[in-house]
Design a protein. Structure first.
Length: 399
């Protein structure tokens, strides 16, 4: 089991360094390039976690680590190389590869591409309405042949090849344990034959065929994508100046719920009274948590995205006041500011404006020297604040 755990950590960070021709002509940040295939719909927007993005190329480049060209080269890695790869593990990744380590050697035969062909990946939405976008270097014919061998049908157009299981495109969510193929990340552990679309730079996958059509339409610019949205563009542009953006989680304001955060602790009235006595916090469009780095530091950032500088400035006044007094729900007796300072060097909050969109962000940042400490610790801690509902700091109190 220890060997599998080590391999899993290694596998998640080994990706090709070659970029696609299309990517060379697309100067947008990788987050936007990938999310250009993510439809901007109410179902996606209203999910607690809108998107989880991992940039494996950035994670490698950040630490100056070279990855093997294929899974077969794993055995040749020495201990030092393995440890170096462990340190560049992206702080977040799509769930498509959860628990998948022991099957990656068989993955090329099952689906026609290697894990190391993936440069960036994103998951959007939540089950069952979630979808996966893989960006990298793929051989569409190899992917097609692997699926045809398993009874799939193929239909090709100018965008790419769409593959559907023998039971039809609409039945990709049917569970059939007799058909289990764990080496297939597209529902193979449940025996599902999920539909997917592939071209030489993208693989789009979801169990829901209508959603697959929306992914393809977004990628072709026929419907609005998350990358077209100014709030998402603002996140990408604000983070890009750091140089390395290895992980981003976009969350809906719906994830912040005062009742979820405090009801079980019996502290609802106390928290609301405390918040209402402080400067009001305006509602925001989007929450973003990221793991980034420059030449000297790695950063965990939390951004509250606002459409105007005035609203972001009001948020600054509110959050600055709250940080001094608002306690954590998870760790009673400790303010959230105290916890932030334990995760690294907590920098003073600031307001940042993206000149391209004119959207602004209230930015909370925890940093640590690049070569010391636990990599991505601050990012994981910030994400935990959302995932376990320790979100009192971000409850809006202004309409």
């Amino acid at each position: 089991m220890r060997v599998l755990a080590v391999l899993f950590a290694l596998l998640l960070v080994m990706v090709p360094t070659a970029a696609q021709n299309d990517a060379l002509t697309d100067t947008r940040p990788p987050l936007l390039r990938v999310l250009s295939a993510a439809p901007d719909t109410p179902d996606i927007r209203n999910a607690g976690i809108i998107a989880t993005f991992a940039d494996y190329e950035a994670a490698l480049a950040l630490r100056g680590v070279e990855a093997p060209d294929s899974f077969g080269e794993l055995a040749a890695l020495n201990g030092a190389a393995q440890n170096a790869l462990l340190r560049v593990l992206p702080a977040a990744q799509p769930s498509i590869f959860d628990g998948f380590a022991s099957y990656l050697a068989e993955m090329p035969n099952a689906v026609g591409f290697d894990f190391f062909d993936i440069a960036q990946a994103a998951e959007i939405g939540v089950p069952p309405g979630n979808a996966f976008i893989l960006s990298g270097e793929f051989d569409p014919q190899a992917v097609t042949d692997a699926h045809l061998a398993r009874g799939y049908s193929a239909q090709t157009d100018e965008f790419g090849t769409t593959l559907c299981g023998a039971e039809g495109c609409e039945n990709g969510d049917t569970t059939d344990f007799a058909n289990r193929l764990p080496a297939n990340p597209f529902g193979g552990n449940l025996g599902q034959s999920q539909p997917l679309t592939v071209n030489d730079s993208l693989i789009l996958n979801t169990r829901l065929f209508p959603l697959l059509g929306s992914l393809s339409a977004a990628a072709q610019g026929r419907i609005p994508s998350l990358a077209d949205a100014k709030d998402v563009q603002a996140v990408a542009n604000i983070l890009a100046y750091r140089g390395y953006v290895s992980a981003v989680i976009l969350a809906s304001p719906n994830i912040v719920d005062i009742m979820d955060a405090t009801a079980s602790s019996g502290r609802f009235s106390n928290f609301m009274g405390q918040l209402e006595s402080l400067p009001p916090l305006p509602p925001y469009n989007l929450i973003a948590i990221s793991h980034t780095a420059d030449a000297d530091y790695e950063y965990g950032d939390l951004l509250l995205i606002y459409p105007t500088l005035d609203s972001a400035s009001l948020a600054y006044e509110s959050i600055t006041a709250r940080l001094e007094v608002v306690e954590s729900v998870r760790v009673q007796g400790r303010t959230i500011e105290q916890l932030l300072n334990e995760w690294g060097e907590f920098l003073p909050p600031q307001v940042v404006t993206d000149e391209k969109t004119n959207f602004s962000a209230l930015q909370l940042t925890v940093r640590s020297p690049l070569e010391t400490g636990e990599p991505a610790r601050a990012f994981r801690a910030l994400y935990q604040m959302l995932s376990v509902r320790d979100t009192v700091l971000f409850i809006p109190t202004q309409d």
